[in-house]
Design a protein around this ligand. Structure first.
Ligand code: NAD
Ligand code: ZN
Length: 244
Protein backbone atom coordinates (compact mmCIF):
# COMPACT_ATOMS: atom_id res chain seq x y z
CA UNK A 1 0.00 0.00 0.00
CA UNK A 2 1.43 3.39 -0.98
CA UNK A 3 1.27 6.43 1.28
CA UNK A 4 -1.45 7.89 -0.97
CA UNK A 5 -3.52 4.69 -0.65
CA UNK A 6 -3.17 4.79 3.13
CA UNK A 7 -4.40 8.40 3.29
CA UNK A 8 -7.19 7.63 0.81
CA UNK A 9 -8.33 4.74 3.03
CA UNK A 10 -8.39 6.99 6.09
CA UNK A 11 -10.34 9.64 4.17
CA UNK A 12 -12.90 7.04 3.15
CA UNK A 13 -13.99 6.54 6.77
CA UNK A 14 -13.51 10.11 8.05
CA UNK A 15 -16.68 11.97 8.98
CA UNK A 16 -15.08 15.27 9.93
CA UNK A 17 -12.49 16.69 7.58
CA UNK A 18 -10.82 20.11 7.62
CA UNK A 19 -9.10 21.41 4.49
CA UNK A 20 -6.78 24.44 4.50
CA UNK A 21 -5.68 25.80 1.14
CA UNK A 22 -3.17 28.44 0.06
CA UNK A 23 -2.02 30.04 -3.16
CA UNK A 24 -0.46 26.74 -4.34
CA UNK A 25 -3.83 25.18 -5.15
CA UNK A 26 -4.53 27.94 -7.68
CA UNK A 27 -1.04 27.83 -9.25
CA UNK A 28 -2.21 25.24 -11.82
CA UNK A 29 -5.04 27.61 -12.77
CA UNK A 30 -2.40 30.14 -13.78
CA UNK A 31 -2.63 32.39 -10.73
CA UNK A 32 0.83 33.22 -9.44
CA UNK A 33 1.61 32.33 -5.82
CA UNK A 34 2.74 35.00 -3.43
CA UNK A 35 6.40 34.67 -4.35
CA UNK A 36 5.82 34.27 -8.08
CA UNK A 37 3.53 37.30 -8.18
CA UNK A 38 6.49 39.64 -8.17
CA UNK A 39 6.86 39.62 -11.93
CA UNK A 40 5.77 41.81 -14.80
CA UNK A 41 4.09 45.17 -14.65
CA UNK A 42 3.84 45.40 -10.88
CA UNK A 43 7.16 43.80 -9.94
CA UNK A 44 8.58 47.08 -8.70
CA UNK A 45 5.87 47.26 -6.06
CA UNK A 46 5.92 45.07 -2.97
CA UNK A 47 2.49 43.69 -1.95
CA UNK A 48 3.11 45.10 1.52
CA UNK A 49 3.22 48.55 -0.11
CA UNK A 50 -0.08 48.07 -1.99
CA UNK A 51 -2.21 45.81 0.20
CA UNK A 52 -2.28 47.98 3.29
CA UNK A 53 -4.59 50.58 4.84
CA UNK A 54 -1.78 53.16 4.64
CA UNK A 55 -1.26 52.60 0.91
CA UNK A 56 -5.01 52.94 0.30
CA UNK A 57 -5.24 56.14 2.34
CA UNK A 58 -2.28 57.58 0.39
CA UNK A 59 -3.24 56.51 -3.12
CA UNK A 60 -6.51 54.57 -3.54
CA UNK A 61 -6.34 54.75 -7.35
CA UNK A 62 -3.00 52.91 -7.54
CA UNK A 63 -4.23 50.27 -5.09
CA UNK A 64 -7.41 49.76 -7.19
CA UNK A 65 -5.29 49.60 -10.39
CA UNK A 66 -3.35 46.75 -8.85
CA UNK A 67 -6.53 44.87 -7.85
CA UNK A 68 -8.03 45.41 -11.33
CA UNK A 69 -4.93 43.87 -12.85
CA UNK A 70 -5.09 40.89 -10.48
CA UNK A 71 -8.85 40.57 -11.01
CA UNK A 72 -8.38 40.35 -14.80
CA UNK A 73 -6.06 37.39 -14.16
CA UNK A 74 -8.62 35.75 -11.87
CA UNK A 75 -11.48 36.34 -14.35
CA UNK A 76 -9.51 34.48 -17.03
CA UNK A 77 -8.76 31.55 -14.69
CA UNK A 78 -10.84 28.42 -14.17
CA UNK A 79 -10.81 26.02 -11.23
CA UNK A 80 -8.44 23.07 -11.70
CA UNK A 81 -8.69 19.40 -10.69
CA UNK A 82 -7.53 20.23 -7.16
CA UNK A 83 -10.43 22.64 -6.58
CA UNK A 84 -12.85 20.15 -8.16
CA UNK A 85 -11.63 17.26 -5.98
CA UNK A 86 -12.23 19.32 -2.81
CA UNK A 87 -15.73 20.30 -3.97
CA UNK A 88 -16.44 16.61 -4.56
CA UNK A 89 -15.14 15.76 -1.08
CA UNK A 90 -17.50 18.35 0.45
CA UNK A 91 -20.43 16.82 -1.42
CA UNK A 92 -19.62 13.29 -0.27
CA UNK A 93 -18.64 14.10 3.32
CA UNK A 94 -20.91 16.86 4.63
CA UNK A 95 -18.67 17.30 7.70
CA UNK A 96 -15.93 18.78 5.50
CA UNK A 97 -14.96 22.36 6.32
CA UNK A 98 -12.89 24.23 3.74
CA UNK A 99 -10.73 27.09 4.97
CA UNK A 100 -8.88 29.11 2.34
CA UNK A 101 -6.28 31.84 2.46
CA UNK A 102 -6.94 32.54 -1.21
CA UNK A 103 -8.92 35.53 -2.36
CA UNK A 104 -9.51 34.32 -5.94
CA UNK A 105 -12.94 32.68 -5.44
CA UNK A 106 -11.95 29.59 -7.47
CA UNK A 107 -13.18 27.20 -4.75
CA UNK A 108 -16.65 28.73 -5.07
CA UNK A 109 -16.44 28.52 -8.88
CA UNK A 110 -15.75 24.79 -8.42
CA UNK A 111 -18.90 24.46 -6.27
CA UNK A 112 -17.36 24.65 -2.79
CA UNK A 113 -18.39 26.60 0.22
CA UNK A 114 -15.32 28.12 1.87
CA UNK A 115 -14.34 30.15 4.89
CA UNK A 116 -12.37 32.93 3.17
CA UNK A 117 -9.91 33.94 5.88
CA UNK A 118 -8.40 36.75 3.79
CA UNK A 119 -11.54 37.95 2.02
CA UNK A 120 -12.31 37.96 -1.70
CA UNK A 121 -11.01 39.87 -4.69
CA UNK A 122 -14.54 39.62 -6.15
CA UNK A 123 -16.10 41.73 -3.42
CA UNK A 124 -15.71 45.37 -2.37
CA UNK A 125 -16.92 47.07 0.76
CA UNK A 126 -17.76 50.64 1.61
CA UNK A 127 -15.21 52.67 3.55
CA UNK A 128 -18.10 54.56 5.24
CA UNK A 129 -21.19 52.33 5.70
CA UNK A 130 -19.34 48.96 5.31
CA UNK A 131 -21.93 47.62 2.83
CA UNK A 132 -20.52 44.92 0.54
CA UNK A 133 -21.08 44.22 -3.14
CA UNK A 134 -19.49 42.41 -6.07
CA UNK A 135 -17.39 44.54 -8.38
CA UNK A 136 -16.11 44.03 -11.92
CA UNK A 137 -13.24 45.31 -14.02
CA UNK A 138 -15.87 47.23 -16.05
CA UNK A 139 -16.97 49.57 -13.23
CA UNK A 140 -17.77 53.03 -14.60
CA UNK A 141 -15.19 54.59 -12.29
CA UNK A 142 -12.25 53.60 -10.12
CA UNK A 143 -12.22 53.75 -7.17
CA UNK A 144 -15.80 52.43 -7.42
CA UNK A 145 -18.50 54.06 -5.32
CA UNK A 146 -21.07 52.69 -2.87
CA UNK A 147 -24.79 53.52 -3.15
CA UNK A 148 -24.20 55.89 -0.23
CA UNK A 149 -21.71 57.82 -2.37
CA UNK A 150 -18.55 56.86 -0.47
CA UNK A 151 -15.50 55.10 -1.85
CA UNK A 152 -15.35 51.28 -1.96
CA UNK A 153 -12.25 49.28 -1.08
CA UNK A 154 -11.44 45.65 -1.95
CA UNK A 155 -13.01 43.30 0.65
CA UNK A 156 -9.62 41.84 1.50
CA UNK A 157 -7.74 41.51 4.77
CA UNK A 158 -4.69 43.71 4.25
CA UNK A 159 -1.32 43.65 5.98
CA UNK A 160 -1.77 44.90 9.52
CA UNK A 161 -5.54 44.18 9.58
CA UNK A 162 -7.44 41.72 11.77
CA UNK A 163 -9.11 38.60 10.42
CA UNK A 164 -12.81 38.12 11.12
CA UNK A 165 -13.23 36.70 14.66
CA UNK A 166 -16.30 34.69 13.63
CA UNK A 167 -14.53 33.07 10.68
CA UNK A 168 -11.44 32.31 12.76
CA UNK A 169 -13.58 30.69 15.43
CA UNK A 170 -15.16 28.41 12.80
CA UNK A 171 -11.72 27.54 11.39
CA UNK A 172 -10.29 26.70 14.82
CA UNK A 173 -13.37 24.63 15.73
CA UNK A 174 -12.94 22.63 12.51
CA UNK A 175 -9.23 22.03 13.23
CA UNK A 176 -9.99 20.93 16.79
CA UNK A 177 -12.68 18.44 15.88
CA UNK A 178 -11.54 16.89 12.59
CA UNK A 179 -10.36 13.30 12.01
CA UNK A 180 -8.27 14.33 9.01
CA UNK A 181 -6.71 17.73 8.25
CA UNK A 182 -5.51 18.47 4.71
CA UNK A 183 -3.03 21.33 4.28
CA UNK A 184 -2.72 22.10 0.58
CA UNK A 185 -0.42 24.48 -1.30
CA UNK A 186 0.38 26.79 1.56
CA UNK A 187 3.84 27.86 2.72
CA UNK A 188 2.45 27.92 6.27
CA UNK A 189 4.11 31.22 7.09
CA UNK A 190 1.07 33.42 7.59
CA UNK A 191 -0.48 33.31 11.05
CA UNK A 192 -2.98 32.44 12.42
CA UNK A 193 -3.76 29.98 9.59
CA UNK A 194 -0.31 28.40 10.02
CA UNK A 195 -1.22 27.13 13.49
CA UNK A 196 -4.36 25.26 12.31
CA UNK A 197 -2.55 22.04 11.25
CA UNK A 198 -0.72 21.96 14.59
CA UNK A 199 -3.99 22.19 16.49
CA UNK A 200 -5.37 19.26 14.50
CA UNK A 201 -2.15 17.25 15.04
CA UNK A 202 -2.26 17.91 18.80
CA UNK A 203 -5.80 16.48 18.83
CA UNK A 204 -4.51 13.33 17.10
CA UNK A 205 -6.03 13.97 13.70
CA UNK A 206 -4.12 12.68 10.69
CA UNK A 207 -2.53 15.75 9.08
CA UNK A 208 -1.81 15.47 5.35
CA UNK A 209 0.42 18.07 3.72
CA UNK A 210 0.22 18.37 -0.08
CA UNK A 211 2.85 20.64 -1.59
CA UNK A 212 5.40 20.66 -4.40
CA UNK A 213 8.09 21.56 -1.83
CA UNK A 214 8.17 20.36 1.78
CA UNK A 215 10.53 23.02 3.21
CA UNK A 216 9.23 24.48 6.44
CA UNK A 217 6.24 22.14 6.69
CA UNK A 218 5.14 20.34 9.85
CA UNK A 219 6.92 17.21 11.01
CA UNK A 220 5.33 14.93 13.59
CA UNK A 221 4.39 11.23 13.75
CA UNK A 222 0.82 11.85 12.59
CA UNK A 223 1.82 14.22 9.76
CA UNK A 224 2.06 12.70 6.26
CA UNK A 225 3.77 14.55 3.40
CA UNK A 226 2.57 14.00 -0.16
CA UNK A 227 4.94 15.79 -2.50
CA UNK A 228 3.40 16.86 -5.78
CA UNK A 229 1.01 19.21 -7.49
CA UNK A 230 -2.37 19.64 -5.80
CA UNK A 231 -4.18 19.08 -9.11
CA UNK A 232 -2.54 15.67 -9.46
CA UNK A 233 -2.37 14.45 -5.84
CA UNK A 234 -5.89 15.40 -4.70
CA UNK A 235 -7.86 13.48 -7.35
CA UNK A 236 -5.77 10.36 -6.58
CA UNK A 237 -6.42 10.82 -2.87
CA UNK A 238 -10.16 10.96 -3.37
CA UNK A 239 -10.69 8.35 -6.07
CA UNK A 240 -11.60 5.51 -3.65
CA UNK A 241 -14.44 7.70 -2.33
CA UNK A 242 -16.13 7.38 -5.70
CA UNK A 243 -16.56 3.63 -5.30
CA UNK A 244 -17.73 3.73 -1.69
P1 NAD B 1 2.46 31.18 -0.70
O1 NAD B 1 2.56 31.80 -2.06
O2 NAD B 1 3.25 31.72 0.42
O3 NAD B 1 2.82 29.65 -0.82
C1 NAD B 1 2.36 28.83 -1.87
C2 NAD B 1 2.75 27.39 -1.55
O4 NAD B 1 2.21 26.56 -2.57
C3 NAD B 1 4.26 27.15 -1.52
O5 NAD B 1 4.56 26.40 -0.36
C4 NAD B 1 4.52 26.34 -2.80
O6 NAD B 1 5.57 25.40 -2.63
C5 NAD B 1 3.20 25.63 -2.99
N1 NAD B 1 2.83 25.27 -4.36
C6 NAD B 1 3.13 25.92 -5.53
N2 NAD B 1 2.54 25.30 -6.56
C7 NAD B 1 1.85 24.23 -6.06
C8 NAD B 1 1.03 23.22 -6.63
N3 NAD B 1 0.77 23.16 -7.95
N4 NAD B 1 0.48 22.28 -5.79
C9 NAD B 1 0.72 22.31 -4.45
N5 NAD B 1 1.49 23.26 -3.86
C10 NAD B 1 2.05 24.20 -4.65
O7 NAD B 1 0.89 31.17 -0.38
P2 NAD B 1 0.08 31.13 0.98
O8 NAD B 1 0.68 30.13 1.91
O9 NAD B 1 -1.33 30.99 0.57
O10 NAD B 1 0.29 32.57 1.65
C11 NAD B 1 0.39 33.74 0.87
C12 NAD B 1 -0.65 34.83 1.10
O11 NAD B 1 -0.85 35.48 -0.16
C13 NAD B 1 -2.01 34.39 1.53
O12 NAD B 1 -2.35 35.18 2.61
C14 NAD B 1 -2.97 34.67 0.36
O13 NAD B 1 -4.09 35.40 0.79
C15 NAD B 1 -2.20 35.56 -0.57
N6 NAD B 1 -2.28 35.15 -2.01
C16 NAD B 1 -3.43 34.64 -2.54
C17 NAD B 1 -3.48 34.21 -3.88
C18 NAD B 1 -4.78 33.64 -4.45
O14 NAD B 1 -5.85 34.02 -4.01
N7 NAD B 1 -4.70 32.73 -5.43
C19 NAD B 1 -2.33 34.29 -4.68
C20 NAD B 1 -1.15 34.82 -4.12
C21 NAD B 1 -1.15 35.25 -2.78
ZN1 ZN C 1 -21.66 53.03 1.71
Amino acid sequence: MTEIDRVAERLRTATRIAVLTGAGISAESGIPTFREAQTGLWSRFRPEDLASPDAFARDPTTVWDWYRWRRELVDRAAPNEGHTAIAELQRRVPGTVLITQNVDGLHQSAGSEAIELHGSIRRARCTACHAKREWSVDESEFPPRCNCGSMLRPDIVWFGEQLSEAQLARAFAAAESCNVFLSIGTSNLVQPAASLPWIAADRHALVVVVNTVMDGQHHAPNVVHLTGKAGQVLPRLLTPLASS
